[in-house]
Design a protein around this ligand. Structure first.
Ligand SMILES: [Zn+2]
Length: 296
């Protein structure tokens, strides 16, 4: 188990939220276990397959011209992701494009290795390019505890850019805040003969980010706000995300049955989820602001 996140989050939590160190330690210990626990890979909807762990998502999108991989997990879980891909009958060598949601160590740990294995180009949000190529957490460049293997970005995307492989096209949506180049990916799948609009939402949690004083990066608060507004205005049928709890993956997986409607189709879930994120953001912002005032 890694200790770095515990340390980093403890430090932040103590300064920022006043949470007891032991509580955070226990919480992180629980999270790290979930993050590295295997999960049986499965066909989620249409040509989208889940290949992540119990606590961190990774996806394979099957096109007529090969596979697209979206995200990896912690560096130590790369073997597990490769095994999941093989379990579904896919070949690692058929991965033709690698996409990233955001440049945090829990989603980028295997990018360099899989890129080396496959030779596939890496596509990521423009403002996350320096983070991916430097292998560091924004605003905390020297923190080895939050580092990950640096990886070259072959194509940097901005709002509206598309990535196409064979019959499959994904559209990039810049949703900064959680990371400066946080990118949600949108695509359409066929589900029981119907078109379903799918959003791989980047993320909108505060996580280890500093919002006030010396922020993680300049403009971070405005970025979060614009991302919440943008997400709430989107209409999607299927919400997916970088961690299974974003969209209740396990619960929906358990509900899947042959011949029954796919439980991942849930229009309006994005709006409900983002409203919750926004409330949490306001709370964290108030806490961080109060802590900063107190420290003055
Ligand atoms: Zn993250």
């Amino acid at each position: 188990m890694r200790k770095f996140t515990v340390t980093a989050l403890c430090a932040l939590a103590l300064v920022v939220t006043g949470v007891q160190a032991q509580t955070v330690k226990d919480f992180m210990a629980a999270v790290m276990k979930k993050w590295t626990t295997p999960f049986e890979p499965f066909q989620l909807i249409g040509n989208i397959y889940y290949v992540g762990t119990d606590g961190i998502s990774a996806y394979i999108i099957k096109s007529s011209q090969g596979l697209i991989l979206l995200d990896t997990a912690l560096p130590e879980s790369t073997g597990m992701i490769k095994a999941n891909i093989a379990k579904l009958g896919f070949k690692l060598g058929d991965i033709k494009i690698i996409l990233n949601s955001h440049a945090h160590f829990d989603h980028t740990g295997g990018l360099a290795e899989i890129k080396k294995d496959t030779g596939a180009p890496l596509v990521a949000g423009e403002r996350d390019k320096p983070l991916l190529e430097g292998g560091y957490y924004p605003g905390d460049e020297k923190n080895a505890d939050l580092a990950f293997p640096p990886v070259k970005v072959d194509r940097a995307v901005k709002e509206g850019d598309v990535v196409t492989l064979g019959d499959t096209t994904l559209t990039a949506h810049a949703m900064p805040g959680h990371s400066p180049g946080c990118t949600s990916w949108e695509m359409t799948v066929k589900d029981s003969g119907q078109d379903r609009d799918v959003l791989f939402f980047c993320s909108g949690t505060v996580a280890l980010n500093k919002l006030v004083g010396q922020p993680t990066y300049p403009g971070i608060v405005d970025d979060y706000r614009s991302t919440f507004a943008k997400a709430k205005a989107m209409k999607v049928d299927v919400l997916l995300g970088p961690h299974p709890e974003v969209y209740g993956m396990q619960e929906k997986r358990a509900q899947m049955k042959d011949g029954a409607p796919n439980p991942f189709v849930k229009p309006g879930e994005l709006q409900t989820y983002v409203a919750g994120l926004e409330q949490d953001f306001d709370k964290q912002l108030a806490k961080q602001t109060a802590a900063l005032e107190k420290a003055k």
